[in-house]
Design a protein around this ligand. Structure first.
Ligand SMILES: *Cc1c(COP(=O)(O)O)cnc(C)c1O
Length: 389
């Protein structure tokens, strides 16, 4: 039968990263030796002290509804994190804990954007951003950056894209899918333009802790009180604590916005999972020692993959100092990203996400959140594939 769907639902494209992942899993399940570079999550386990905290919470019967915006202990721990690591002052009433960083971004869009609003999205972008903008009824406006600028947009580009309808800039550094990190000066320059034009910034800082080569992350909110007043920082536990399945993220926002987001959440998901929040408290108040080990491992893989990718026929890759992605350019192979990745999976059983999904059809996303052994094996296959074209 024909089902009548909302215009909103019709506008939506399904997540390509999850689709590729599903396809690779299916092949794997049928016995094929697939090498997967499609993943968007660390290949490390959640640290034990975090699991223990959540287990204890369960055993203590902490299994009921909590405050919709998150338990006071967690909102305090988030406020403490911003003070300690970023020098930013927030009251717990400015913090909202949600069901993952993705949910945090979605809530922001729901609270700030509507029909007639334009939202600036630098490309390459995380593929959920434009879809969320559309769900809110607003219009995504893409501002393109390329390999030539290490995938960073310039203040002039930003200025040129602003219209009277511009409501919000989505700013993601360190970035997915490119691994690009804006320097503190570059981030400030982008923030300055937004402040000057009265545009809000959704600053997605989920990869804050994943930095290499001495790169520095500085939240755009830290540049001045005015910058902070124009910024909603979104963050979460998925990456630096490898808690993707826990569904736990948070925002820090000007109070009136935090209140509205909390109200939206109270009528949609209600609180994020009670015992997961207790794990979140442990994560934020606990040691980050696990991260040193992870970063060392990520960095080894990053260096190896970066060098190897740049030797491949038709491929060039600019360096990336954050997250766990590289974003090689494949225009020299004569293929666009969709065909490149489809053939790569078909001929060599290597899964990677086509750049088209991120608004960059000459690239693909290479995630090094997998073992060195898989990276060596997979890159050898990609090499054979490129040589065969
Ligand atoms: C992983 C990720 C998030 C958050 O993911 P959750 O699993 O929803 O916490 C947010 N933004 C970007 C750019 C990401 O890559």
């Amino acid at each position: 039968m024909e089902y009548k769907l909302s215009d909103r639902a019709k506008l939506l494209s399904p997540s390509v990263t999850l689709a590729i992942d599903a396809k690779a899993k299916e092949l794997k399940a049928s016995g094929v030796d697939v090498v997967g570079f499609g993943t968007g999550q660390p290949d490390f386990d959640t640290p034990d002290f975090i699991k223990d905290a959540a287990k204890n919470a369960l055993d203590d019967g902490f299994t009921k509804y909590t405050q919709a915006a998150g338990i006071p202990e967690l909102r305090q721990a988030v406020a403490d994190k911003f003070k300690r690591e970023n020098g930013l002052e927030y009251k717990p009433s400015q913090i909202v804990v949600s069901c993952g960083g993705k949910h945090s971004c979605y809530n922001i869009m729901m609270a700030l954007c509507q029909e007639g609003d334009e939202v600036l999205i630098p490309a390459p972008y995380w593929l959920s951003y434009p879809e969320m903008v559309k769900l809110a009824g607003a219009t995504p406006v893409v501002v393109e950056a390329s390999d030539a600028t290490e995938f960073k947009i310039t203040p002039d580009q930003l200025r040129a894209a602003i219209t009277p309808n511009t409501r919000l800039l989505i700013f993601n550094t360190p970035g997915n899918p490119t691994g690009t990190v804006y320097t503190p000066e570059e981030a400030k320059a982008i923030g300055d333009v937004c402040v000057e034009h009265g545009i809000m910034i959704l600053s997605d800082e989920i990869y804050e802790h994943l930095l290499y080569d001495g790169a520095v992350h500085q939240s755009v909110a830290t540049c001045s009180p005015e910058h902070q007043a124009h910024t909603i920082v979104t963050h979460g536990f998925a990456k630096a604590w490898s808690m993707t399945g826990w569904r736990l993220g948070f925002i820090a926002a000007p109070e009136p916005i935090a209140k509205k987001i909390s109200a939206i959440q109270s009528h949609s998901t209600s609180n994020p999972t009670s015992f997961a929040q207790v794990g979140g408290v442990a994560a934020l108040n606990g040691s980050m020692d696990h991260l040193k080990v992870w970063l060392e491992e990520f960095d080894k893989r990053r260096k190896y993959a970066f060098e190897k990718l740049n030797t491949l026929k038709g491929v060039s890759c600019c360096n990336a100092k954050g997250a766990f992605y590289l974003f090689p350019n494949i225009s020299g192979t004569g293929l666009k990203s969709g065909e490149f990745c489809a053939k790569l999976l078909e001929k060599q059983n290597v899964a990677a996400v086509p750049g088209a999904a991120f608004g960059a059809d000459d690239n693909f996303r290479f995630s090094y959140a997998t073992s060195m052994e898989q990276i060596e094996k997979g890159l050898a296959r990609i090499e054979a594939f490129c040589n065969s074209l």
